[in-house]
Design a protein around this ligand. Sequence first.
Ligand code: FOL
Length: 217
Amino acid sequence: PSSPKPLTLIVAATATRRAIGRAGTLPWGRLPDEMAYFASVTRRVSHPALRAPHTSAAPGAPRRPRNAVVMGRRTWESIPARFRPLAGRVNVVLSRSGRDAVRTLENVAAAAAEEEETDETAQATTLPPVARIFVIGGSAVYEAALRHPRVRSVLLTKVHREYEDADTFFPVDLDRDAGWTKRDTRALEAFADQEGLGGMKRNGDVEFEFCLYEKCE
Ligand code: FOL
């Protein structure tokens, strides 16, 4: 029997208005170091207990676990075609329409937990092993996820610039909402399994910082 998997939100939003989108894309266009952080955090599977049993290259051996990225249909369409599906990750697109559609976060968490219980033969035909589950937006999916009991953490990049014509926003102010607490750089670096995440970053004339928030009980 598997334990329920926690869900992690990852989002980049402007510091004041919490803008995340504009006309189907990111308000800032491209922040290369921020995007590299998103890609590396969502790709990385670092827990030794998850990695060790999957190192065998023997035929029929279970595949190496990957993280899952869960997103709404519009977010999927916002990813440049050459980058989707996002490489090295299990891509899950939520949709209300379509036969066999994955409709809710509950379906995703259940599918990931179910997979852990299947034997090797079954694994070949179902989802690959899933390590972490990241919710990558957009606003409607973030909103649902923030109410979901399995959401423990939010990786928020605060972008220190505002965009007048933004049309999509992150629904919660994590600094003011009593349910959330900001963790320090060490905790962030441990969570992401990488160093150098503290302090202000800059691409061109846009400054941003990587933050970790956790739900407080
Ligand atoms: N979270 C954070 N921190 N930054 C983001 O830009 C972000 N974006 C989304 C969700 N959470 C985020 C949704 N939008 C790509 C494009 C848009 C997008 C998410 C991902 C994308 O093309 N990613 C490629 C990297 C491409 C590159 O290196 O330029 C990937 O492999 O992840």
